[in-house]
Design a protein. Structure first.
Length: 202
């Protein structure tokens, strides 16, 4: 049940299906694929909320001005927004440590994300609803928005245990030992995300 302070703040219709996207609005995260898909969707009950900012925020706000699209910018209430939502969407072209999708999974959201290896790895063992689409394929994403978005459900304890911080740390230590080239590439992506967040917040 959506019972946090945001429920009263937004006062969405009870039939609204709320899609949350979290992350820096930078080209690698490809927020415009999400926006293109959303504006083409034929479902007036859909709400799209972006959390995060940086490079593309102002331009996207000007280009996609819709009563059903909300650009929140930086917020400390990410957990509350995830609990408000029904689905989580990411159109990332590549990821470092995709922990946000794990947090969304832990909240029981319907996960909608690109077919990149990092998401595949993170979602191994997830028993909730998942829809995948190819990078940049906004037409397929529109179809998911039109027909597939569904309310959240509680994930299994088995998956919650899998994505615990200790387990994730062990996983990346193993990857570092076995494939330093891969780990260095992923580490650079993580660093890029951290720098983007710092630039946005300060």
């Amino acid at each position: 049940m959506k019972s946090n302070f945001l429920t009263q703040e937004y006062n969405f219709d009870k039939n609204a299906k709320i899609i949350i996207s979290v992350g820096s609005l930078i080209p690698r995260k490809d927020p415009e694929t999400i926006l293109k898909a959303f504006v083409q969707a034929d479902n007036e009950n859909l709400i799209l909320i972006f959390l995060g900012g940086v490079a593309l925020l102002d331009a996207l706000k000007r280009k996609y001005n819709s009563k059903n699209i909300y650009f929140v910018g930086h917020t400390d209430a990410v957990a509350e927004y995830l609990n408000l939502g029904d689905a989580f969407v990411s159109a990332s072209k590549s990821e470092g440590l995709p922990l946000m999708i794990a947090e969304a999974a832990a909240c029981g959201l319907h996960l909608i994300c690109t077919e990149i290896p990092q998401f595949t790895e993170m979602l191994e063992g997830f028993d909730g609803k998942v829809d995948r689409f190819k990078v940049g394929d906004h037409s397929s994403l529109t179809g998911i928005f039109n027909e597939r978005v569904s309310p959240k459900k509680n994930p299994s304890l088995r998956y919650l245990n899998k994505i615990s911080s200790e387990r994730m740390a062990d996983k990346y230590i193993e990857l570092y030992k076995n494939d330093t080239d891969w780990f260095n590439h992923q580490g650079q992506l993580v660093l890029d995300d951290v720098i983007s967040d710092i630039l946005f917040n300060y």
